[in-house]
Design a binder for this molecule. Sequence first.
Ligand code: HEC
Length: 138
Amino acid sequence: MVSRFAVSGLFLLLVVACSDRGPSYPKVTPPDGYLQRAEYQQEGRRLFRQLCAECHGRPAEGRSQRADFFHPPAPNFTSPAYRQADPAYLFWRIRKGKTVEPYLSRGSVMPAYGAHFSEEEIWSIVAYLRVRSEVLSD
Ligand code: HEC
């Protein structure tokens, strides 16, 4: 009896573990042209330098040395992997920051910027993050 409990418990754990496909977030799409147009990417770069670079690194510096002082650490936006990042995911993370799970429980320090920026401003930062690996020269 006990062992049957243990077995079904283990099975349940496996099911829970396998169904964890990352956080769910709204599948929103940017206004037309926001990801492609250089003027929006430039606007995103300007906002990033002002508010995000202190933790995430200035453009010329690449990834900030300070990034590793955080637990969990700040991500590496100089990575070309962000070219393929889901824009809706980046948009959600910038709006909600550490206020949503699983980041809340992990002790993230990422601020929530939803109340500070318009949606267009956040989309312009998303546009910048997706090309940041290519525009680090200044
Ligand atoms: C106080 C330091 C700090 C500031 C300021 C900050 N961040 Fe973060 N950010 C972090 C840390 C630490 C993480 C990693 C933990 C997490 O994912 O919540 C993170 C995570 C992120 C992620 C998730 C990346 C991924 O691959 O999952 C995005 C997107 C992001 N930050 C964008 C920004 C933007 C845009 C700004 C400025 C508007 C900004 N951050 C300002 C510390 C900061």
